[in-house]
Design a protein around this ligand. Structure first.
Ligand code: NAD
Length: 501
């Protein structure tokens, strides 16, 4: 049975846009292949209208409203998100495809950023130095920027916007979000909660769109900052274009994450971790493990353990209690599948072929089951490219040093993990590896909200990571005040450069 696709549109001031879009884009349920939505795509003119309105809303008070009042909205938002997290998770599964438990996990990690932002009065405290010079005090304050744009990828439709939006709003900014065109509904649902929580009109808007909308944000004079997450080529483009237009930009890009297993590791723990981090969310995580570096002496045993575990996984419709869902679109599934032939042709051993076997779903879903390659080498495209699917490659190494050199030579530096029972080796690894987020016997080391999330090298353009204190810093600008009160004898006329006395 086919249903008529629902119109999905921009959310301005908490209400759906009533205009008519010149361009639209289809939204699918990846588990069934059915088109469920038709998404309005914004023109540059609409982006201009929304940004102008957001700027007016910011200028008329949110940036200068008391922290007590801002915090009340944040606490209410936190409560509403917690109450509705199952509904948001269902929307994610329906458009992204990830299984419900995974979708709920994503919302929960986003919720933690809202909880962090509730502490904004503490986080925005400045410094104060009494008597820096005689009867002269110096203090620092941080103020909001104005309008900031958040441009997010398909793979975490709720969590990635939540990395930025609560912190940006808590810092006193107005925010416009441009979600991925592939799974836009979760963001609309979360934005409605902000309105319900009492956020004033214009402080948060959702504008759907593609390159035209993104370019309009990157060049708009009233957009002061851009937080972007997506693939490396687009992240680089966003960083270069946004900064060329005078904005501060943090642009988080793609990844190729390595997991190193040393011979003394607990191999059951390592096998669980490799399967969870390799195939969770069908490998469509920027922190997914896609390259497993196994020291030769334990590689065969580890691969056997991984095979056992993969054999027990059920792939299928994310609403049916399966372990792994479909890929996001038919095109992406086909692209990921093409790497199975590429890997075999390049000489890798296809240990588990994800094209074989049944799935628990409709035939038209975009499925590829977990795939495992062995004897992968660094010259192969299955190693070099970010496949972003359920394809795990084993590279055999002889030593720790060989593994470290291999990881550090990779152009990406998002996440990595080491599995070992040797504290000294782990400590060396965390010190020597050129990667932003590191797990020690932890496969997906996504930092807590009160730390910051971000990679190195081609995994992040800009110098500021997401959320934590780096987020507060990104969404504010500093002022330092030097003041003198109650001192009539200020020294009289003196044109020399002031010296502290
Ligand atoms: P993508 O780069 O295709 O899209 C990201 C955003 O950019 C979307 O909102 C999209 O509409 C927009 N966009 C796409 N093409 C554009 C263009 N030519 N000009 C301007 N804007 C454009 O990424 P995706 O496929 O949605 O997401 C997957 C990618 O995101 C992967 O590479 C993954 O590693 C990465 N990612 C990184 C992190 C991180 O923290 N580093 C987190 C999540 C995802």
């Amino acid at each position: 049975m086919t249903t008529t696709p629902t119109r999905i549109t921009h959310l301005l001031n908490g209400v759906p846009w009533e205009g008519t879009a010149e361009r639209t884009s289809p939204v699918f349920n990846p588990a069934t292949g059915e088109q469920t939505g038709e998404l309005d795509l914004a023109s540059a003119a609409l982006v201009d209208e929304v940004v102008t309105h957001a700027h007016e809303a910011w200028a008329s008070g949110w940036g200068s409203i008391s922290l007590a009042k801002r915090t009340q909205v944040l606490f209410r938002f936190r409560e509403l998100l917690n109450e509705r997290k199952e509904d948001i998770a269902a929307l994610i599964t329906a458009e992204h495809g990830k299984v419900l438990s995974d979708a709920l996990g994503e919302v929960t990690r986003g919720l933690e950023v809202a909880e962090f932002a509730c502490g904004i009065p503490h986080l925005m405290k400045g410094g104060f130095t009494e008597n820096a010079s005689t009867k002269v005090d110096v203090y620092s304050i941080r103020q909001s920027l104005g309008v900031v744009a958040v441009i997010s990828p398909f793979n975490f439709p709720a969590m990635v916007p939540l990395w930025f939006v609560p912190v940006a709003i808590a810092c006193g900014n107005a925010v416009v979000i441009k979600p991925s065109e592939k799974d836009p509904s979760a963001v609309n649902a979360v934005a409605e909660l902000w309105t319900e929580a009492g956020l004033p009109d214009g402080i948060l808007s959702v504008v759907h769109g593609d390159k035209e909308a993104v370019d309009a944000f990157l060049t708009h004079p009233q957009v002061k900052a851009v937080s972007f997450v997506g693939s490396t080529p687009i992240a680089k483009y966003v960083y270069e274009t946004g900064t060329a237009h005078g904005k501060r930009v943090q642009a988080l890009g793609g990844a190729k994450n390595h997991m190193l297993v040393l011979p003394d590791a607990d191999l059951d723990l390592a096998a669980d971790a490799a399967v969870n981090a390799g195939f969770g969310s069908a490998g469509e995580r920027c922190m997914a493990i896609s390259a497993l570096l196994a020291v030769d002496t334990i590689a065969d045993e580890l691969i056997e353990k991984i095979k056992d575990r993969v054999g027990k996984l059920v792939t299928g419709d994310g609403t049916r209690g399966c372990d792994m869902g479909p890929l996001v679109t038919a095109q992406h599934r086909d692209k990921v599948t093409s790497y199975l032939d590429a890997g075999t042709q390049a000489g890798a051993t296809l240990v588990i072929d994800g094209r074989e076997g049944d799935v628990d779903a409709d035939a038209d879903g975009y499925f590829l089951k977990p795939t495992l390659f062995d004897h992968v080498t660094t010259d192969m495209s299955i190693y070099q490219d970010e496949i972003f699917g359920p394809v795990l490659s084993v590279l055999r190494v002889k030593t720790y040093d060989e593994a470290l050199a291999l990881i550090n030579a990779n152009p990406y530096g998002n996440g990595t993990a080491i599995f070992t029972n040797d504290g000294g080796a782990a400590r060396r690894f965390q010190n020597e590896v050129e990667v932003g987020m590191i797990g020690v016997n932890v496969p997906i080391p996504v930092p807590m909200a009160y730390y910051s999330f971000g990679g190195w090298k081609n995994s992040l353009f800009g110098d500021t990571h997401a959320h934590g204190m780096e987020g507060v810093h990104f969404f504010t600008r500093g002022k330092v005040v030097t003041s003198r009160w109650l001192d009539p004898s200020h020294g009289g006329l003196e044109l020399g450069f002031p010296q502290n006395v």
